[in-house]
Design a protein around this ligand. Structure first.
Ligand SMILES: Nc1ncnc2c1ncn2[C@@H]1O[C@H](COP(=O)(O)OP(=O)(O)O)[C@@H](O)[C@H]1O
Ligand SMILES: [Mg+2]
Length: 301
């Protein structure tokens, strides 16, 4: 039987992205029948697919509850990856707090809930961002003493809108070293890329659908690989994931930046709709796309 696989996307990206094209070819060459499907389109019969793969649903952060309800609905009718429980846990960055408490190296974060008061950090450069976000939305970088009012207005605006706010030191080694994203399929490391810094000094908050990224192939250090492994290993003991571990993840992206002492810290664990940078596998992208397609075909059967 030919596996029918839906690649779920947003209405604004009906033809998916660069990952989408190479993934569609890799799935087709393995005898599967993949097609893009818009998650908000009421005409899509999700149950008619053997597998639904969340891919370019990049508008979910504006309507998280609706997205999670969609995931639950689809997940009750067919197989959805990543699973609804993973999506629920991962679409709020509170998961970072849980991973930090479990002893993993995570970027230092002060958490503010609606009703809390924003206090300017003691010194240096810092970042204010919402706990539910993607593509650097509503994320900005400030300097103590220079942007106190701007930062306070940003944080209070988010809190007044009922959102959880994260305040972090700006990890400035990202300016030279960049961010290392480790891409994993089926719970195993596949390839890695370097992403340039994204936040402008003194810049206005990013408001586009996503901010332009400079990306290149990167060979991760042993230390980065070890943090990636430790993060994936920890998932099996996260209560919200109900025992689902790394092997249950169709896809994952572990984003690391050098911390103050230069050793890698987790900035984001993307288990929802990460760009997989398949075309940056060091070749023409077919190797990484092939590994991902193998995992998906296995999950569809
Ligand atoms: N604490 C930080 N230090 C340095 N750069 C940061 C920090 N937080 C965010 N950034 C920059 O902003 C980008 C987006 O932030 P991130 O936490 O990855 O949220 P998302 O990708 O979900 O919007 C990162 O890729 C990084 O370039
Ligand atoms: Mg990110």
């Amino acid at each position: 039987m030919t596996a029918r696989i839906a690649l779920a996307t947003a209405a604004a990206f009906p033809d998916l992205d660069d990952d989408g094209s190479v993934l569609l070819s890799a799935l087709e060459s393995r005898g599967a029948q993949p097609e893009p499907a818009v998650w908000t389109d009421p005409r899509v019969d999700w149950a008619s697919y053997d597998l639904v793969v969340v891919r370019c649903t990049w508008d979910y952060h504006e309507r998280r509850e609706e997205f999670l309800a969609w995931a639950d609905r689809v997940g009750s009718r067919t197989r959805l990856v990543n699973s609804p429980a993973v999506l629920r846990w991962n679409t709020h960055k509170g998961y970072l707090r849980e991973l930090a408490e479990a002893g993993l190296p995570v970027v230092d974060t002060t958490w503010l809930e609606p009703g809390d008061h924003f206090a300017v950090p003691a010194a240096g450069e810092y970042v204010v961002k919402p706990a539910v976000s993607a593509g650097s939305r509503d994320t900005n970088r400030y300097v103590v003493g220079e942007h106190n009012e701007l930062a306070a207005a940003h944080a209070s605006g988010l809190l007044a809108a009922g959102r959880t706010v994260m305040v972090q030191p700006y990890l400035d080694q990202v300016d030279s070293y960049g961010e290392t994203a480790l891409l994993c399929v089926g719970g195993e490391f596949s390839h890695a890329i370097r992403k340039g810094p994204l936040l402008e000094p003194n810049g206005a908050p990013v408001t586009g659908a996503y901010k332009e990224e400079t990306v290149e192939v990167r060979v991760p250090t042993d230390e980065e690989r070890a943090v990636c492994e430790a993060v994936l290993d920890k998932l099996g003991s996260v209560p919200a994931l109900d025992g689902a571990g790394r092997a249950d993840l169709a896809y994952a992206r572990v984003d690391l930046v050098p911390g103050p002492d230069g050793s890698p810290v987790l900035l984001e664990l993307e288990l929802t709709e990460p760009s997989m940078f398949l075309v940056y596998d060091g070749g023409d992208g077919s190797a990484a796309a092939g590994r991902f397609a193998d995992v998906l075909v296995a999950q569809a059967s």
